[in-house]
Write a protein that binds this ligand. Sequence first.
Ligand SMILES: [Zn+2]
Ligand SMILES: [Zn+2]
Length: 269
Amino acid sequence: MRRFEGRYPGTMRYASLASGSRGNCHALTDGERTLLIDAGISYLQIRTRLETLGWEVGSVKAVAFTHEHSDHIAALPVLLKRTDWCILATEETLQAICRIQGVTVPVNRWIPLRPGHATSWEGWRIVPFSTPHDAADPVGYRVEAGGMAAVIVTDLGHPTALVADHCRSLDLLALEANHDVQMLREGSYPPQLKARILSRVGHLSNESMAELLGRVRSSRLRAVVLAHLSEQNNEPELARFAAEEVLRDSGIPLYVASQREPLSVAATG
Ligand SMILES: [Zn+2]
Ligand SMILES: [Zn+2]
């Protein structure tokens, strides 16, 4: 596969600003421009956490939304008022988000996406791809910039072949490790919620995460970030153990993104 060469090779960084069922926000930067993926924490928290990591808030140019669930879109109304950031989303997702939030995104701030189709943004290549999740038109993102390829994929009920195809030949993979099946089954969630999470359009278990990771692991990978962990139904150690079983002896650094603390990882070099 041809590697996409961006304008500033070798300087890409990834951050998880927050990750989990109470709010999600990822970020990718080449130093000049920053793309957020989802904005499920407050605008204030987005700013504060970027500053904590030493990232330039002024470099944020856009937010790409994965789907309309509240833990991914909370900041949108404030973002529309307080920033000039562009919104990347599929038409169905944009409509769902606007309906839920009671807002309108001006046409000149919307960059329409289609799952499976690459979009060029600020010299980066952004490919949304469909994920099995109970939302209008959910996607994960493959982003290629500065010679780096990263995938951010959470909120998926099971690891499809399509998702695995987009996760090949990567420098960085941020992947959902939502729950430990036994913890979820024995936990206090109502039966209907348990069934939803365990369904094929729910969330990815540690077990399924490890299966997918095993299928897409390669010598090019420089970082794996486990994301969207449930605070009720998972433990970072359990998710880490499941991934380490697959990555064993590979030397690939493994990180666990958390709800409370931001995390920044070099995606290249
Ligand atoms: Zn969701
Ligand atoms: Zn979510």
